[in-house]
Design a protein around this ligand. Structure first.
Ligand code: GLC
Length: 537
């Protein structure tokens, strides 16, 4: 049996935006007390690790990814005591919790930056990256393209330019300064001591800058992350590091090191290729990306996902794929942002219930530990008229009530969705919990079945040779069990023939619908449009 320190290999993650989740004190903002109230819900859904978006004090120019104090909780969300209470409540349920760790930059409101800009002699000056001109590191791309024109901004007080990879209100820290490196270890220690089970590490590739490079994925960054890992290994051996680094699989994989850097990394290209496959009604985009995905060592794991709190990124797509994705999935300009698409899962799939289920079936059956984005389990929509990425961060819809039951306030932090298709009167947790056929209950069942079969998390993955390109058919297997999975990417009913392992040809249906004829050597399966079927042999 896998030992417990490898818990992340079979975890199901749930990404939760505290401000949007549940307002327990009526101030219009979701809070930590609200998350505690909803732990029963999360447990019912079956997820077992919560990932909290940043909850630190912040001017919220980037929704909390601009941190003004690493050692506290934003007053809208509660206090450090509330945080401890949440961690305890999560652990009591046998669940885990990870938080965002933002290493690359602070808010410009952070006292370090304020001290740095005022006084060139301050020890904090060298916490940031300064220059007299804006001409250094010209090969580094601009990430927030829609808003920023340069990675350098002139600071009047400092009389110099400062470096920032994201908004100008997020100055980059100078990781060449050993003090910055130490500060970040202390911050990690502080939260680990409060009991968090690990970190989703934000914006990993950008920690260091070097002239003549694109300032991404530099060897120095890996060396620092290995230091952080060694520190955790020594003092907190069962906590994890999850990397947010976008790139091709062979590039992201470098963040696993030799099993001595990150435990997990988001599989951005697999996410993108699931959408391409779903729209092209063909498994070949999946075959290509999985063929390009290097094998993992025993103590590392991919983190897979369909959507998150950001735009669906097309940064690393080929130019052709990017144009195609925009055309097919973001026909209106308001749906696009930077190099991506700011829409939620359900609207991306035209609110087509079968297609949404199929997308989840892919997520739960392909290799990796899946992450759900809050609200997608009930098919929440988005609001493309809100600025930045706020349209995919609207209040969670608990019931058919004012503010969707999210808050009693008259002025919630953001309007609840009010479109005909997606308003709380149409999409909410209470109604779906009561309906055995709802999306919520289907997802819940998928998670339950997945959790009972370790072959999904630990098993090998092998494609089944099959001529029909529309159906993704594969085995997931370990010593104990062989699972056969079918995901029909086409809208049509399809028929496929599968050669069987001779000894045993009676499948047990785990999920979906199974319609087949078989003899000892082969099975002919009929599968409806966008259907899926999980079987055990
Ligand atoms: C990451 C976060 C994103 C944030 C950015 C800067 O990409 O996911 O929301 O804006 O980092 O911190």
């Amino acid at each position: 049996m896998p030992d417990n320190s490898l818990w992340y290999k079979d975890a199901v993650f749930y990404e939760l935006y505290v401000r949007a989740y549940r307002d327990s004190n009526g101030n219009g903002h979701g809070d930590l007390g609200g998350v505690i109230e909803k732990l029963d819900y999360l447990q019912t859904l079956g997820v077992n690790c919560i990932w909290l978006l940043p909850t630190y004090p912040s001017p919220l120019k980037d929704d909390g990814y601009d941190i003004a104090d690493y050692y506290n909780i934003h007053p809208d969300y509660g206090t450090l005591d509330d945080f401890k209470a949440l961690v305890d409540a999560v652990h009591k349920r046998g669940m885990r919790i990870i938080t965002d760790l933002v290493l690359n930059h602070t808010s410009d409101r952070h006292p370090w930056f304020q001290a740095a800009r005022k006084n060139p002699e301050s020890p904090y000056r060298d916490y940031y990256v300064w220059n007299d001109t804006d001409e250094k590191y010209q090969q580094a791309r601009i990430i927030f393209l829609d808003v920023e024109e340069s990675n350098w901004t002139w600071d009047e007080k400092a009389g110099q330019y400062y470096w920032h990879r994201f908004y100008k209100s997020q100055p980059d820290l100078n990781f060449d300064n050993p003090k910055v490196q130490e500060e970040m270890l202390s911050i990690a220690k502080f939260w680990l001591d409060l009991g968090v089970d690990g970190f989703r590490v934000d914006a990993v590739p950008y920690l260091f800058e070097r002239e003549g490079t694109n300032c991404e994925n530099l060897p120095e960054t890996h060396a620092y992350m290995k230091k952080l890992r060694a520190f955790m290994e020594q003092h907190y051996p069962d906590r994890i590091l999850l990397s947010e680094a976008n790139g091709w699989p062979e590039d992201i994989q470098t963040y696993f090191g030799n099993g001595d850097e990150f435990h997990m990394a988001f599989h951005f290209p697999l996410m993108l290729h699931m959408y391409i496959a779903l729209h092209k009604q063909s498994k070949s985009p999946l075959e290509n990306i999985i063929a390009r995905t290097p094998a993992l060592s025993n103590n590392t794991q991919w983190c897979t996902f369909l959507r998150n709190h950001d735009e669906l990124t097309l940064e690393m797509a080929t130019e052709e794929d990017r144009q195609w994705m925009w055309q097919e999935y973001a026909p209106e300009p308001r749906m696009r942002q930077n190099l991506g698409i700011r829409r939620r899962l359900a609207p991306l799939l035209n609110n087509n219930r079968q297609k949404i289920e199929l997308a989840f079936s892919l997520l739960f059956t392909l290799p990796g530990s899946p992450t759900l984005y809050y609200g997608d389990e009930i098919g929440m929509g988005d609001n493309i008229w809100l600025p930045d990425r706020n349209g995919v961060r609207t209040p969670m819809q608990w019931e058919d009530a004012p503010n969707g039951g999210f808050s009693k306030s008259n002025s919630p932090y953001a309007p609840v969705l009010d479109s005909e298709k997606y308003a709380p009167s149409r999409v909410n947790v209470t109604a779906q919990s009561d309906d055995p056929e709802s999306l919520f209950n289907t997802i819940r069942q998928m998670i339950a079945v997945r959790s009972q079969h370790k072959a999904f998390s630990w098993g090998d993955f092998t494609w089944v040779e099959e001529r029909n390109p529309a159906v993704a058919v594969f085995w997931r297997q370990n010593e104990a069990e062989r699972l056969l999975i079918l995901n029909n990417l086409s809208s049509n009913r399809e028929s496929i023939k599968i050669k069987l392992p001779e000894e045993n040809n009676k499948p047990q249906l785990l999920l979906g619908k199974l319609d087949y004829k078989s003899n000892k050597q082969k099975m002919v399966i009929e599968i409806e449009g966008y259907g899926y079927c999980w079987m055990k042999f």
